[in-house]
Design a protein around this ligand. Structure first.
Ligand code: PLP
Length: 287
């Protein structure tokens, strides 16, 4: 079955899906995006993703390309037309097409919208979670507005490629104070030697992950010992366990940091339990 993409109002074959050369997303990375998990034919946490999209658009003063409910419909329809029961749905909105000029275009330029969906076998990620992943650190070199989910991901691309070339699956950014900020495409957590779950506050330096918010709900529900505070790379290396979270990987145990094993070198019990429990705390938007 051939894939379908939604591009500026039309469902088109994926192989023909294209935007104009002067789309500002292409020229300036002047756009934002969202990635939602699709699980058992439902889009996970649609309201939270739409709220974050709204915030990203407002921060960059880009208009909604469609009414929110219409976009939700298009996302569900794109998932349905691609027969995705497990995988992801991707939404990208840019400031639109205009003659190349750094200044915002005049008000009559419509934002561009692209929606795609693709399948992923959940068993592959589950298998990966049984052994965990290695991460490789990278100096924090991004702009301070990483709270906005923009498509300007070149630093993340370079950090993740560096991790890959060193046998890792994810990069961990470390700032000038020696604190771990977040992953190249994930939020970062540790369980200290004393058994306290720790993650960095989302006020600055990280994207406020939707998966992170779901895990925080689980932490509250189960009364898990928890602190929201910055933690250093040294503390992470001494931790009992570590893991990362994102819509595309859910809760993924980290078993190696820069080649050193975390804890006993195997996925920890907190990460494993949170992964198992994850969908008990999510909102399901059925197709
Ligand atoms: N941090 C960064 C830099 C990301 O790119 C992502 C996801 O793409 C996340 C964190 C996790 O966010 P979410 O849980 O909403 O997928």
């Amino acid at each position: 079955m051939s894939r379908i993409a939604f591009v500026n109002g039309q469902y088109v074959p994926h192989k023909d899906a294209a935007v104009h050369v002067e789309d500002r997303g292409y020229q300036f990375a002047d756009g934002v995006y969202e990635v939602c998990e699709v699980w058992k034919s439902a889009i996970i946490d649609m309201p939270r993703h739409m709220d974050r999209l709204d915030r990203s658009l407002r921060e960059l003063r880009i208009d909604w390309p469609l009414h929110r409910k219409a976009l939700e419909f298009v996302m569900a329809e794109t998932v349905r037309r691609n027969r995705v029961s497990d995988g992801i749905v991707y939404v990208q909105v840019t400031r639109g097409v205009a003659r190349r000029d750094h200044f915002f275009p005049s008000g009559d330029v419509a934002p561009s919208i692209v929606v795609t969906a693709r399948s992923a076998n959940p068993k592959v990620a589950d298998k990966q979670a049984e052994t965990g992943i290695a991460v490789v650190t990278y100096p924090e070199n991004r702009w301070p507005r990483v709270d906005i989910k923009t498509v300007a991901l070149l630093p993340n691309v370079l950090a993740k490629q560096n991790a890959k070339e060193q046998g890792g699956k994810e990069a961990w950014y470390v700032d000038q104070d020696g604190n771990v900020t977040e992953g190249g495409s994930t939020n970062v957590w540790i369980v200290t030697k004393e058994g306290t779950l720790v993650t960095r506050p989302a006020e600055s330096g990280i994207l406020k992950g939707i998966t992170r918010a779901v895990v925080l709900d689980l932490v509250e529900r189960h009364g898990i010992a928890f602190e929201e505070r910055p933690f250093s790379l040294e503390e992470a290396k001494q931790a009992r366990e570590a893991f990362v979270t994102a819509a595309s990987t859910l809760v993924m145990p980290v078993v190696k940091i820069d080649g050193s094993p975390v804890g006993n070198g195997h996925p920890g019990s907190v990460a494993t339990a949170l992964r198992d429990q994850f969908h008990t705390a999510t909102d399901l938007h059925r197709l």
